[in-house]
Write a new protein. Structure first.
Length: 106
């Protein structure tokens, strides 16, 4: 099966970042040997430094909103876990109480 140029273009960002698998690396390198235009594009891209840590500006409001959302998720998880735990602990007691009650009614 022939690999299309579009597949190679999809792999290029990962290839240029040095994060692709060995098989993908070989595939891209074999393909660019036959496509001079793409090889030139790859060589030009390699000259540009790849940003290691891209700084994303976050303002105080966005940060606080993210914190509130995370806290809300934590609170809901704790409440749900408590409800499940209560249900697991109370159910056997209720079943036992009903069985005892039914035994004494007879």
């Amino acid at each position: 099966m022939a690999i299309s140029r579009n597949v190679i273009l999809d792999l290029l960002p990962v290839y240029l970042a040095g994060e692709c698998s060995e098989d993908s690396r070989v595939l891209v390198e074999e393909y660019i040997q036959s496509d001079k235009e793409l090889a030139h594009m790859v060589n030009e891209a390699k000259k540009q430094p790849f940003p290691e840590n891209i700084k994303i500006p976050i303002n105080k409001e966005t940060e606080m909103e993210s914190l509130r959302k995370a806290q809300g998720m934590i609170h809901r998880t704790i409440l749900l876990g408590g409800a499940v735990l209560l249900l697991v602990l109370v159910t056997p007691l209720l079943v036992t109480a009903v069985l005892v009650y039914l035994m004494f009614i007879r």
